[in-house]
Design a protein around this ligand. Structure first.
Ligand SMILES: N[C@@H](CCC(=O)N[C@@H](CS)C(=O)NCC(=O)O)C(=O)O
Length: 205
């Protein structure tokens, strides 16, 4: 599989999951500074101009949630999606929250132009980021197990995804240490060989 990614983006979650599964893949790193993601060559891979994208022998898959679920299905022994239907649904509630709220809060820092045209509107959105990211951290801290993983004793798809968001917190003006469970989770994830490999790939800088 070819895996399109870029440093310090949500594609880190896919990279960690690929490493956890041990599946064979070839990373293709885009350079966002030179705008690789906006060019026709990449739009032929992902018309949305975003990472991640995974090129499989069945076709191209985009969206972190879809990719992670696909990787979990390819590696059933890891139980990255809990077998119990209720537990799986609970985990997906966290996934959807990360995708639809937590990540979007973060995007308001530098990508306000997606939603507004006036510079003052973008500045306003940027200024709100420490508050909204802090609120999302508090939600996770108070409502997820994080002992040691998001859902409890076993690693699931929520872990690489939440870890990726944690790598953004400092830049977003949130001190992770004010959230003890989240902070311990972040430190624990940083000790995993999968995360070490993703650091070594230069995806977390
Ligand atoms: N919902 C998508 C979001 C993907 C996304 O927004 N990726 C960002 C990086 S974190 C991106 O590629 N941005 C490029 C741009 O805005 O030009 C997913 O989770 O896969």
């Amino acid at each position: 599989m070819k895996f399109y990614c870029a440093p310090n983006t949500i594609s880190i979650a896919t990279a960690i999951t690929l490493e956890e599964t041990g599946l064979d893949y070839e990373p293709v790193k885009l350079n966002f500074v030179s705008g690789d993601q906006t060019k026709p060559a990449y739009h032929a891979i992902n018309p949305k101009g975003r990472v991640p994208a995974l090129v499989t022998d069945q076709g191209i898959l985009t969206e972190t949630g879809a990719i992670l679920e696909y990787l979990a299905t390819l590696s059933p022994k890891l139980n990255l999606v809990p077998q119990n239907p209720w537990d799986a649904a609970q985990m997906r509630a966290v996934l959807y929250y990360i995708a639809s709220t937590f990540h979007v809060n973060h995007a308001h820092r530098k990508r306000g132009y997606r939603w507004a045209d006036h510079e003052s509107s973008c500045k306003d959105m940027t200024a709100k980021v420490p508050e909204t990211m802090g609120q999302s951290c508090a939600y996770i801290e108070e409502n997820c197990a994080l002992s040691p993983f998001v859902m409890g004793a076993h690693m699931t798809l929520a872990d690489p995804w939440l870890f990726t968001i944690c790598t953004w917190l400092e830049g977003d003006g949130v001190d992770i240490k004010t959230f003890p469970k989240l902070s311990a989770f972040y430190d624990m994830m940083n000790t995993r060989p999968s995360v070490g490999a993703v650091h070594a790939m230069g995806l977390i800088t």
